[in-house]
Design a protein around this ligand. Sequence first.
Ligand code: UDP
Length: 501
Amino acid sequence: MGSPQVEVEDDKLKVIFVPFLSTSHIIPIVDIGRLFAMHDVDVTIITTPVAASIFQNSIDRDAARGHSIRTHIIKFPASQVGLPEGVETFNADTPPGMIAKIAQGLSMLEEEMEQLFEDLEADCIVTDMFYPWTADAAAKLGIPRLIFLGGSYLAHSAQHSVKNYMPHKDIGSDTEKFNLPGLPHKLEMTLLQLPDWLRAPTGYTYLMEMIRDSEKKSYGSLFDSFYELEGTYQEHYKKATGTKSWSIGPVSLWVNQDASDKAGRGNGKAEQEDKGQGWLEWLNSKPDNSVLYVSFGSMSKFPSSQLVEIAQALEESGHDFIWVIKKKDEGEEDSFLEEFEKRVAASNKGYLIWGWAPQLLILENKAIGGLVTHCGWNTIIESVNAGFPMATWPLFAEQFFNEKLVTDVLKIGVAVGAKEWRNWNDFGKEVIKKEEIGKAIALLMSNGEGADMRKRVRALSDAAKRAVQVGGSSQANMLELVQELKELRLQRFNRKVTVIP
Ligand code: UDP
């Protein structure tokens, strides 16, 4: 006979979060951690000093609001892998020669992190997809691991389709269109638009297989998405992979409720740097829905040949614009852009932000009318939430699949016409000409199709707000998930009590 069952109602559920060390993976998983803490969960985020500096301000603010949340810092072994101190994250400025070393340093932290899961008595761990080893670590401790999958359900469903059906294997050319089999919509791609690791096996293919295996061993997956946006793909994905999954987004809308949260998101320093807020005055001087916001995320730096085409397209479009441009590498010159900046400042047509823009704040300004985006999932979700249509210009990762959701399924965007997937920050030969960029911008900002897209995206924006309110789809998912995790903990606890004589 076992011992009596014990209730542990009073204890808070303890959940550990481990973000991957790139800005756009850190941003949503930290927001998810903060969301858990808002739901009375005790949250610890394990990360390295540089990654922590990106989001620590928001954790401090949440702690001051009474939430049970903190960061646990572990030292990145920079010198052991031959990196200068402070180089430990992946972003647009990461020198290509240092990428493998950062990955090596990260793998050296596995043992320490695994020990922390035990020492901090985690009831559950939520870890980025790029930490497949954490599924086994959780299993050893008998606790659930939730995998955070960045990107849309559609993108993950599409990857599953390509892997299983290999629709590209018998096509005649790189640019011939083929259908992605088994998906809820007819979606066409070309070989060049597929990630290289899906075209033919590479080292990354092997990593993705490990990630998929670890997903199967996990308790379930978390997506920064919401049912009204891509519920069909959420259902499809769960059925196709036989996994559990929860949409709990838009997380950014949910947790970043006041201006200080929005201003510093993704770059702790921005709060100090942007005190001048010239962009805000500039935007406030513009009519509603008149300004294009042009940004390519945290990871990409275009070569000069492409920057010239973008600059000319923007200038010739006749629309006002804010363009976020990554700072040049040291020693690189772009006098063309300096001239351009002076000219558009003088004509008052354009505002350039060098480096990091407070995107959430910009997107809530009424003057914005549409985005030119590389289809990073965070930006798509933020744009939908703000109610803006998009000119889509996918570059790398799962962005070509995300584009399909925007242009073909939801019909809230127009494709610029990118033809070739490339590796992160490897721009290959493709330069998109100003005429093509200009055509997409004209359509986006038009009163015809542009207005229709705007109407559709505004309906989704309203749905996003409802999803995170009491009774909304994401809110219901979040409550269900926390309850399920509490029940799992209780079962675990009772099992322990039962085996102890
Ligand atoms: N972001 C920002 N300011 C910038 C560039 C990016 O706030 O100047 C934020 C943006 O709001 C989004 C994230 O960084 O949350 C970028 O993620 P996304 O998935 O769009 O693209 P990635 O960086 O992965 O290419």
